[in-house]
Design a protein around this ligand. Structure first.
Ligand SMILES: [Zn+2]
Length: 154
């Protein structure tokens, strides 16, 4: 048999397997068009295209009311206001998430690895996690885009 045919056969099997996995990875799956019509422009770019809002511009940067921060894409509660602190980095910062609500990924966009955080339910990009958080609690800093979140008062 022609070796190239065998090669393409396995390539196609491999790709469809990968595609199948990525499609089923999240509970909420929508087309790009659906996300675009549901979200405002900046939320769409951040959640679906992993953009970053400009520092010190987000509405939750200097915001400390009591309540819960939900995913702007699928409404899943992700952060409690008790986990929020001021890191002076220009974005809302939390020292931890609500249990089991995020997935972690590695992002090489800036040329070095950073830990990307996504909503576990819809896969929306939220921001990154760094290890310079408050020592007295978790040591973690979840640096999250305001536009990826919707605050609900307690
Ligand atoms: Zn979500």
């Amino acid at each position: 048999m022609n070796i190239r045919i065998v090669y393409y056969f396995f390539l196609i099997i491999g790709l469809s397997f990968q595609f199948g996995l990525s499609q089923n990875e999240f509970e909420v799956v929508k087309s790009d068009k659906e996300w675009k019509s549901q979200l405002d422009e900046l939320s769409y770019l951040v959640l679906r295209k992993a953009y970053t809002e400009r520092p010190y511009t987000g509405k939750y940067d200097n915001f400390y009311e009591k309540g819960t921060y939900h995913c702007a894409g699928c409404d899943e509660p992700l952060y409690n206001s008790d986990f929020k602190y001021n890191s002076y980095c220009g974005w809302p910062s939390f020292d931890r998430e609500i249990n089991d609500k995020l997935v972690y990924d590695v992002d090489y966009k800036l040329g070095y690895p950073r830990t990307e955080i996504k909503c576990k339910k819809c896969g929306g990009h939220l921001g990154h996690v760094f290890n310079d958080g408050p020592r007295e609690t978790t040591g973690k800093r979840h640096c999250v885009n305001s536009v990826a979140l919707v605050f609900k008062k307690a």
